[in-house]
Design a protein around this ligand. Sequence first.
Ligand SMILES: O=C(CO)COP(=O)(O)O
Length: 245
Amino acid sequence: MKLIVGNWKMNGLTPALEEAGALRQALEADPVNARVGLCPPATLIAQMAWKLGAGPVELGGQDCHDKDSGAFTGSVSAPMLADAGARLVILGHSERREGFGETDADVAAKVEAALRAGLEPIVCVGESLETREAGQAVAFVTAQVRASLPDALKDRPFALAYEPIWAIGTGLTPTLDQIAEVHAAIRDALVERLGEGGRRPPILYGGSMKPDNAAEILAVPEVGGGLVGGASLKADDFIRIIRAA
Ligand SMILES: O=C(CO)COP(=O)(O)O
């Protein structure tokens, strides 16, 4: 079963709760064979949890601190996300790595915090255009995988997301062969890092996934789902992507 997760980033005020309600209604009226997650801004999680109830949409955060509590003005901890109703948390998104200087070690510490709080991390990796053009995409991404995943993940549920930075919000996507190549390499790096284990964490693709390209991307070997930015903001578009799974 594919995992399709919406990442609203820093978008969404109270009226956007209606989109979540519409998503729930659509999925209840016509259920899908996919797991669906939605990661709104932290300010909306608690209200959205009431709106979504125990329905088919799981909630997630977009980041968390690596400490459970303390003097960290402005930060949100993993226990806070869980308390508000989240089950998932996106970690190591390129917008955090690039914009906030998060290193692989920082991401690994946040993954540990998420696991302590019982959250399921979605760990993001992805190369810049410069790195891809230098022929280093696979080497770069697999190095991120090895360094961002702590031992604590063994036998815990989690997902990875491959998001080429140059495909995020640009309308550009890698070719299906390029996606297949990176996803296969991520799977190998994952097995090398954490062993085969009993679980096979899904590897999501993210970066300009839209209703009209979702089906072909989701059919690529080792693509276990999607992490969707812009196209998850409107329930109509997001549902079309979910149905493509
Ligand atoms: O960054 C992304 C999801 O985390 C992808 O964003 P877009 O779907 O808007 O390209």
